[in-house]
Design a binder for this molecule. Structure first.
Ligand code: FMN
Length: 353
């Protein structure tokens, strides 16, 4: 089933929303190889920072990358409008405005979720951005600032009036950060009040969770963030479950390890060895979670400094989970990646030049 964002008809209603430090070009390349139709977004980018540093790599898209949102944050309508124009020029299919980030560093200005306490300013931002670009404008927000001020229904209604083409609602307040359970019942109230498409968001980790969220909230689409960490297969498994009602198997451990290697090497190629290897550690932790007996390997993976070390440790783990056959599958896949320079790596190398 599809979803419409403004004049765009998406082939999927499953969305991986922005995650700072995660949804970079490498992560997205991996997601798209598995599910070409999934809706993806960049990490959030500061509109103010873009004014000084317009070549931010956060906005780098792969050639022809589609469908893709670039997410901007900030609180100055004109600056946000300029940032949105830059996002459009970069090739974004739509621009998403962050009104949900709970991090004090962001909210202590009037950015992120702080805008839920400044609805008039939020309205002006959406209107100004909308007038400045020809692509659809969407907004991501939470239930409210805290339990005493859950204003997501009024806030969403106001955003729709201001010209937002769709919204994503994370079922927590800013005060909750990530604690407690996402309140899908409250998301339902927002969905009922709006006519534009609503993506429900919060606590989807399995295909069945996505179906339940859609059922319980009546939302048009589902946004899945943390569930994709180390598990890029989740999105296609959700799509398949929503379409057919059947659950496809989770990938074998060896496949997870191959993907972990590809992800880490992609980061090293794109961001340089030091930063790439450093950033890959958290992903490696996620990829190896749930693999029985992986704990000591995981500890070693957090210490790696080179691609060789990475390959050695993952090959040993492949041997532990799949015997010599498992190790052979892993090593053959790694050799192939080296020889063939996969599409992903080709893209990354050409972008890094
Ligand atoms: C590491 C991390 C980074 C995030 N960065 C952003 C961001 O840049 N912009 C944003 O709107 N939300 C961000 N979020 C929030 C997620 O998009 C999502 O709303 C939240 O994780 C709840 O969904 P989930 O339960 O599926 O993880 C981030 C979440 C995580 C875990």
């Amino acid at each position: 089933m599809s979803i419409k964002i403004g004049n765009l008809t998406m082939k999927s209603r499953v969305y991986v929303p922005p995650m700072a430090g995660v949804t970079d070009i490498v992560f997205r390349g991996i997601m798209r190889e598995i599910d070409p139709h999934c809706l993806l977004a960049t990490e959030m980018v500061s509109s103010r920072a873009l004014m000084h540093k317009p070549d931010s790599r956060i906005m780098d898209l792969s050639p022809g990358e589609d469908p893709i949102a670039i997410q901007v944050f900030g609180h100055e309508p004109d600056v946000m409008a300029k940032a949105a124009q830059m996002a459009e020029a970069k090739g974004a299919n739509w621009v998403d405005i962050n009104m949900g980030c709970p991090v004090p560093k962001i909210t202590k200005g009037k950015d992120g979720c702080a805008l839920m306490r400044e609805p008039e300013l939020a309205r002006e931002i959406v209107r100004t951005v909308k007038d400045a670009v020809s692509i659809p404008v969407t907004v991501k927000f939470r239930l409210g600032w805290d339990d005493k001020s859950r204003n997501a229904v009024e806030f969403g209604t106001m955003l729709e009036e201001a010209g937002a083409s769709a919204v994503t609602v994370h079922g927590r307040t800013r005060a909750q950060l990530y604690s407690g359970k996402a309140d899908w019942g409250f998301i339902r109230q927002v969905k009922r009040a709006l006519t534009i498409p609503v993506f429900g968001n919060g606590d989807v980790f399995e295909p069945e969770d996505a179906a339940r969220l859609l059922e319980e909230t009546g939302c048009d689409g589902v946004a899945v963030a943390r569930g994709t960490l180390g598990n890029p297969w989740l999105i296609s498994r959700i799509s398949k479950y929503l379409e057919t009602g059947s659950i496809s198997e989770a990938p074998a451990d060896t496949e997870r390890l191959i993907c972990a290697y590809k992800h880490a090497i992609g980061l090293a190629k794109y961001k340089g060895l030091r930063i790439g290897i450093n950033e890959s550690r958290r992903h490696l932790t996620h990829y190896t979670k749930g693999i029985s007996g992986a704990a000591p390997f995981r500890a070693r993976l957090t210490q790696i400094n080179s691609a060789d070390e990475l390959e050695t440790i993952l090959a040993e783990l492949a041997n532990k989970v799949g015997g010599t056959k498992g190790e052979e599958i892993f090593r053959t896949a790694v050799d192939q990646m080296r020889l063939q320079d996969t599409n992903l790596e080709n893209q990354l190398v050409s972008m890094a030049k």
